[in-house]
Structure formats: structure tokens, C-alpha cells
Write a protein that binds this ligand. Structure first.
Ligand code: SF4
Length: 387
């Protein structure tokens, strides 16, 4: 790794109180993990994994840390503090601009919040998903909307000034009115950031089986798109600017960590199933807990797969990730990074996409971004830039 490179860190905590019906993330039931003492084993392995990267960490400007999961707030706060203190042996974290932890309603207490504050965490991201308890229950969430409200106000009272709330649309049985109710009530709370994700039915989940059996009634595609538009419109009128397909923020409070991914900048992930990208190499850890911990016990990095990315692949990633952002792509920056003439190389594709109203060129053709229609048909746009 080059000297003093900016770096984002991701730390995966793979435990949840219960498994949500739609979730295909790597996570284990926290009560089982407590019973088998596997939280201690995991935290020990995680710290050893961090030590393997002491040189890279020592040289980096760590700009952001994101502790995600799973539900990081399902384990005791002292574990989070332990991980952060361990990390500080290798990097003073003085360049840190944003430090986020994911939490879920109903899983926080005084000990955890105090530990987060001591660790220097300055941003909380919470999954709310819907304001309707019946919908929350139908997707297997463990909390009610009132429990979310209690947690939200508790975090605010403790002094957190940067909060993200996640909501979902396209849920089984959800109506346009449900979505509007949720987005309005969340905006009333004035969080700094709101993310809105469409439900994806992932293979292997209980929800997939329900879907396959025909027991699940999902909103049709047109309604789902209407839900998305309703969210975008409502949030815009409430002073949230949309800066990415699914993300809305008050001015200057965009997620710096997620911008690392979308700007195709280097990041290092720790923990089971974590992904990393540094120096044109993309690598991911074992997604099986046993394989992850035993690799570390044997003194090896728990990397399952490592892929060298060639320049054309890296360029394609930069294009599709950058187009997710409303700011789009800065052509001069791409020309400089890849030593190319982007407009000449993609002249035909750009003209066609402009004619179709899918992209717009601005700032003297130095910036390319998706139109609203382009956002709806983003896959079509991305395909046009495949080498
Ligand atoms: S809380 Fe999040 S990570 Fe855990 S099961 Fe639900 S969706 Fe998955």
C-alpha cells in the first residue's frame, strides 16, 4: 500500500437477536453465541485479524470506520471498546472524520451507549424499516415502532448529533400510504440522514421460500417505483438532498464511509465475510465462522478469495459506482486517474444515453450523471459502459 493513503475501515459484528425473514447477511443468533461463548472467540479472532494488518493500518489515514453487521448493538458495549482500543495500538485514529455503528431498536442500554461514546463513535445508523408494527412483524423485525422511538430519543439525549435511519419499501402488503406515513414520521424526527431501500427477495431466506410458495403478495413494479418517487419527493421537500440512489442527507451530512465505496476508494474490512479493496486487489474473508476463526488461529489471514482488478475493470467499477451518486462522475478526474480521454472513448454510448434521456452532461461536459429516468433504468446505463 502507498504511504499515508486515505482508508475506510469496516468491522463486521455477525450477531443479531433474531434473524429477519428477508436477511441474507452473515449473522448468528446472539443468545446461541452467548451460550457457546463464541462472542469472546470471535472478538479475539477479530483483534488478531486487525493485528495482521498493523503495517497497512500504521501507514494509513483512517478517515472513516463503520461497525456493521449483524447487529453490533446486540453484543455488550465493552467488546466494541476492546476492538477500538486494539486498533489504536496501530493507528492513533486522529484523521478520523466519521465513526458509525449500526444499532437496532430495543438492543441498546446505558452500558452500550457509554462504550460507544468512549470509543469515539460519532454517528449511529438505525434500522427502522417501517412505522407500521404489522409490517415490522411480517418481515421478522424484533421491535415495534414505539420501541424505535424510545431508542431514537435515548440516543439523542446521550448527545449523538449524527443519526441515520433506514427504511424499506416494497414490503409484502405495504401500500403507498404506508410508505408516505413512514417517510413523513421519520422526517418529523429530523435525523441527519435517511436511507430508503427496496426489499430484495434473496435466495435461501425464509422470505424467498414464502415467495416461491406464492404466499407472499408484493407490490407490483409500478407501485414499487411510485413508492420510491414518493420517498424522494417527500424528503426533498423536507430539506434532505438525495446524493445517491438510496440515500438522503441534510447538507454536509452525507455518509463519508459509504462515499468511500461509491467513489471506488480503498477500504479494509475485518470480520467474517468482510470485503476489502486496496491497491487494485479486491479480497473477501471466509463467510463461514469456523473457517474464519480457524484460519486466524493457525496464524493466517482469513482471506477466502483475492482478485487482482485490471485497469479496465477498475474503470468500469468507478463508472457504475460513481453514477449511483447524484453528483455523478467528474470526467477530468477519470481522465487523470486512468490516463485516458473518457469522452472520446465512450462518445457513442454517451450520445445514445443522452438521446434516451438517461444521462445528463453538465459543467461544460465535465460531469456526467443519471437523470431520474436513468436512475430507474440504471442497469441499462451501466451496460453501455461495459468494455
Ligand atoms: S437485524 Fe439486520 S443483519 Fe440482523 S437479521 Fe435483521 S436485517 Fe439481518
Amino acid at each position: 500500500m502507498e504511504e499515508n493513503k486515505n482508508l475506510g475501515l469496516y468491522i463486521h459484528i455477525p450477531f443479531c437477536v433474531e434473524k429477519c425473514l428477508y436477511c441474507d447477511f452473515v449473522s448468528y443468533k446472539v443468545s446461541d453465541a452467548e451460550k457457546h461463548k463464541s462472542i469472546e472467540t470471535y472478538i479475539k479472532a477479530l483483534k488478531e485479524e486487525i493485528s495482521f494488518y498493523k503495517d497497512e493500518l500504521g501507514r494509513a489515514h483512517i478517515k472513516t470506520i463503520f461497525i456493521g453487521g449483524g447487529t453490533p448493538s446486540s453484543i455488550e458495549g465493552r467488546y466494541i471498546l476492546e476492538i477500538v482500543n486494539h486498533l489504536k495500538q496501530f493507528n492513533p485514529l486522529t484523521a478520523l472524520e466519521e465513526f458509525t455503528i449500526e444499532v437496532n431498536p430495543g438492543t441498546l442500554n446505558e452500558e452500550k451507549i457509554n462504550a460507544y461514546l468512549s470509543a469515539g463513535i460519532n454517528r449511529v445508523s438505525m434500522g427502522v424499516q417501517s412505522s407500521r408494527d404489522s409490517l415490522l412483524k411480517s418481515i421478522g423485525r424484533i421491535h415495534t415502532f414505539n420501541e424505535f422511538l424510545t431508542t431514537y430519543h435515548g440516543i439523542r439525549e446521550k448527545g449523538f448529533r449524527n443519526i441515520n435511519l433506514d427504511m424499506m419499501f416494497g414490503l409484502p402488503g405495504q401500500t403507498l400510504e404506508d410508505v408516505l406515513h413512514t417517510v413523513k414520521i421519520l422526517a418529523d424526527l429530523m435525523p441527519e440522514h435517511i436511507s430508503a431501500y427496496s426489499l430484495k427477495i434473496e435466495e435461501g431466506t425464509p422470505m424467498y421460500r414464502l415467495y416461491e410458495s406464492g404466499a407472499l403478495v408484493l407490490p407490483d413494479e409500478a407501485t414499487e417505483r411510485d413508492m420510491y418517487r414518493v420517498i424522494c419527493k417527500e424528503l426533498e421537500t423536507r430539506g434532505y438532498h438525495q446524493y445517491e440512489i438510496s440515500n438522503f442527507a441534510k447538507e454536509g451530512l452525507e455518509s463519508r464511509h459509504n462515499l468511500t465505496y461509491w467513489r471506488n476508494e480503498p477500504y479494509l474490512g475485518f470480520g467474517v465475510a468482510a470485503h476489502s479493496k486496496m491497491d487494485s486487489v479486491r479480497f473477501n474473508n471466509y463467510s463461514n465462522m469456523m473457517a474464519y476463526t480457524s484460519a486466524i488461529e493457525k496464524g493466517n489471514k482469513p482471506v477466502e478469495e483475492e482478485i487482482q482488478i485490471d485497469e479496465s475493470e477498475d474503470l468500469f467499477e468507478t463508472i457504475i459506482l460513481g453514477l449511483r451518486l447524484n453528483e455523478g462522475l467528474e470526467i477530468e478526474a477519470i481522465n487523470a486517474a486512468y490516463n485516458m480521454d473518457f469522452l472520446s472513448m465512450y462518445q457513442e454510448a454517451i450520445s445514445r444515453l443522452e438521446e434516451q434521456g438517461l444521462i445528463v452532461m453538465s459543467e461544460g461536459r465535465n460531469r456526467m450523471s443519471l437523470t431520474d429516468r436513468g436512475r430507474d433504468l440504471s442497469n441499462q446505463v451501466f451496460l453501455a459502459f461495459m468494455a
